[in-house]
Design a protein around this ligand. Structure first.
Ligand code: HEC
Length: 702
């Protein structure tokens, strides 16, 4: 009797206890369902909820119900050794192609070892990064079985903790790249060592001409793709010129990465990625034209106007300086120029009314050595070439790499348009030093002389071309010269010691000037001024040429220039509203309806300005842009027109070979030699392509 009584009590207690234990979870479950239904659980969908309610998920439902924070409450339930192994394998298959081995960073994705994660590092954030991705980036979401995703999360946690196999954090792991430091002398003498390509234009004199001659007119027909490196950039324009040191190639891919590649195979050795602000002020796409090399470092300018020094062996940041305030419209798109122990950079932003400048930084520390503004301050020389206080938003960007003469220690650098671009009545005057070339003392940053190609520019004809340094006989004497095919349609020859104007000749149709005076100043036709009704002017907005690299063969004295013969209708207006990007243009330009254009490479004799030959045409509907060119001792000029990469006979302009790249070529080619073989490389579409000759053809040559 008594035993039965106790048994009954015991059973009742058991039921009560069970009820108590059940009510809690039931209540949490109800809360979670309710919160999900009312959208209070960030990033949790119904299928997630169904999964959580199941058995053995490891989800702390009580905590989740109390905090409504899945990031705190959900942990990967698949964390056994077998899960880790499975996660490692999945990562190799699905993620390493972009993120590299052990997530160290790769061609298509950032390093996960060093990344600052957008949504934190919790298991739930990682789970969501995999399942839904990062919208608007190459990181796409994927639908894997839930368990697979959790296994990946388990492996990612190892990566984040720095304990993943192959994470390479041990001191014994060799760096991915071994690079012999680049000396100041290497840069100075680069023309004598054509196996490497150490600066943007190939040498300080910016000839973009190589003494390599293995590929020549006799064998060019057999040139073929040696390797192709697909980039993962979402951007449309890849404008990088690859640099090559030893067997390593350095390229940039927009908007924010530097890659070290094996120059023999295109294999990615390391990747550097920079997190950029969401809002960037870039007029013409998120472009970057390449890096500079000095010592054991790589230098790159960024779209948010920083200059960064990277370890050339690993891609790790050594220093990072803010060159200018990106929120004020500044950015950097050009490759820097390394000189001695300095790194020189310009800035972009002419469409946003910035005040342009050229800066030099101590390569070792990143400290600024000097700054030379391209627009004076009130009271300074040149300020009287700007009406009222129009110079405060004067423009004058410096968005392309200059040249350097080690003998005179002068840096030559082009300056872009005044602001606003098409309307000039508020800025009457010549608007110094916009649309000029500056000669700057490398040691002090002092301007020694300037030459203004287009005073008071109204057509956006930035004088942002690569300055080409030439030594040749003019007027009976050997002179140090500066050859310049300008965006305004004239080819100019200057004495580069004094800045003296020697000659000019139009190399495309031009209708804006009735010739030039003895000092090279144009007689501007009044009808070329942009107006409300529109003024039809040649050349058009993109110019006769643009930033597209020319090349110069010292043997023949020919300058090879990518050109476009095309006009435009220019509208100018004081009332032009600022558009949503903040661009201040003062008008706009429109194509001339139904006008066909001639796209051509022209060979200009530098000492006369005469055109020796041209390759291009017939006239056709075309986009405005061409690629740069590069010439070689093999008497070949390489260039690109749209999707065609071609090789011309440097003496006649006849086309010898072409390759259908299948995507627009914006960049300029370069060449290098590795293992006794000459390569030609160019960025085409979203890839870097390297060409060489087949084995048999090469041996025939020697
Ligand atoms: C097509 C290339 C590509 C692939 C494949 C890829 N990712 Fe990514 N992933 C990216 C890029 C690019 C980013 C950076 C996006 C950004 O922030 O601009 C990224 C970012 C991430 C992040 C950071 C999320 C955060 O919060 O910042 C994680 C985690 C990640 N990826 C994991 C993975 C995993 C795991 C895989 C394989 C299942 C994978 N990725 C596959 C390109 C890729």
């Amino acid at each position: 009797m008594i035993r039965k009584f106790f048994l009954a009590i015991f059973l009742i207690l058991l039921v009560v206890a069970a009820a108590v234990f059940a009510v809690g979870p039931l209540r949490w479950r109800a809360t979670i369902l309710f919160d999900r239904a009312t959208g209070k659980l960030d990033g949790v969908n119904w299928s997630d909820v169904k999964w959580m309610m199941g058995r053995g998920t490891g989800v702390d439902l009580e905590h989740l119900a109390a905090t409504r924070n899945p990031y705190e409450s959900i942990e990967s339930p698949r964390h056994s050794a077998a899960d880790l192994e499975a996660g490692t394998l999945l990562f190799r298959q699905q993620c390493s192609p972009c993120h590299g081995e052990a997530g160290a960073g790769g061609p298509g994705g950032p390093s996960l070892q060093t990344r600052v994660f957008r949504n934190g590092r919790s298991d739930w954030a990682l789970f969501r990064a995999i399942t839904i991705g990062l919208p608007g980036t190459a990181m796409a979401g994927r639908t894997l079985p839930r368990d697979d995703t959790w296994q990946l999360v388990t492996y990612l946690k190892q990566i984040l903790a720095g304990t993943a196999a192959g994470a390479g954090t041990g001191a014994s792991a060799p760096p991915p790249v071994s690079i012999v430091p680049v000396t100041a002398a290497d840069l100075r003498d680069s023309e004598a060592h054509p196996a490497e390509w150490l600066t943007y234009s190939g040498s300080y004199s910016a000839h973009r001409h190589s003494a390599l001659g293995q590929i020549d007119r006799g064998n060019i027909a057999e040139l073929r793709v040696e390797w192709q490196r697909q980039l993962s950039t979402p951007a449309e324009k890849v404008e990088t010129t690859p640099l090559v040191r030893g067997s390593t190639m350095f390229v940039t891919q927009p908007p924010n990465q530097v890659l070290a590649l094996d120059a023999a195979t295109g294999k990615v050795l390391w990747t550097f990625s920079r997190d950029l602000p969401a809002q960037l002020h870039v007029c013409c796409g998120p472009v970057n034209r390449g890096v500079a090399l000095l010592g054991d470092r790589v230098f790159v300018g960024t779209l948010d106007a920083h200059l960064i020094s990277l370890d050339a062996s690993t891609g790790k940041v050594i220093w990072d300086v803010a060159v200018a305030d990106a929120s004020k419209g500044y950015s950097i798109t050009a490759a820097p120029l390394a000189i001695d122990d300095m790194v020189v950079t310009g800035v972009a932003g002419g469409e946003f009314g910035v005040r342009g400048f050229i800066d030099a930084y101590d390569a070792h520390s990143g400290a600024r050595r000097w700054r030379t503004y391209t627009v004076p301050e009130p009271g300074q020389p040149g300020a009287d070439t700007w009406a009222d206080d129009s110079l405060r938003r004067g423009g004058g960007p410096t968005w392309l790499t200059g040249a350097f003469d080690p003998e005179s220690r002068l840096i030559y650098w082009g300056v872009g348009n005044p602001s606003p671009n098409f309307y000039g009545q508020n800025r009457s005057g010549d608007n110094l030093y916009t649309n000029s070339v500056l000669a700057i003392d490398a040691d002090s940053g002092k301007m020694r002389w300037y030459f203004q190609f287009t005073p008071h520019d109204l057509h956006d004809w930035d004088s942002v071309q690569v300055p080409v340094l030439v030594d040749a006989v003019v007027d009976g004497a050997k002179q140090k010269l500066l050859a310049w095919a300008n965006r305004n349609g004239f080819f100019y020859l200057l004495n580069r010691t004094t800045g003296k104007f020697l000659l000019a000749n139009p190399y495309v149709k031009q209708t804006w000037a009735d010739g030039l005076d003895a000092n090279g100043k144009p007689h501007v036709r009044p009808e070329s001024v942009p107006s409300l009704q529109g003024a039809e002017v040649y050349p058009g907005i993109a110019g006769g040429t643009n930033w597209w690299s020319p090349s110069y063969d010292p043997e023949s004295g020919l300058l090879f220039v990518p050109t476009v013969d095309k006009g435009a209708i220019f509208y100018g207006s004081a009332q032009e509203p600022l558009d949503e990007t903040g661009e201040d243009l003062g008008g706009m330009s429109m194509p001339i309806p139904n006008e066909d254009a001639i796209v051509a490479v022209k060979a200009i004799e530098v000492t006369t300005g005469r055109i020796r030959w041209q390759h291009g045409g017939p006239p056709r509907k075309t986009m405005m842009e061409m690629s740069g060119v590069m010439s070689t001792a093999g008497k070949i000029v390489f260039g690109g027109d749209g999707e065609r990469f071609f090789a011309l006979d440097a003496e006649t302009g006849n086309e010898l070979w072409h390759f259908a790249a299948g995507a627009q070529i914006w960049a300029a080619p370069m060449t290098y030699e590795l293992g006794g073989r000459q390569f030609v490389a160019v960025a085409a579409g979203r890839s870097i392509i390297a060409f060489s000759l087949p084995e048999g053809r090469r041996n025939l040559q020697k």
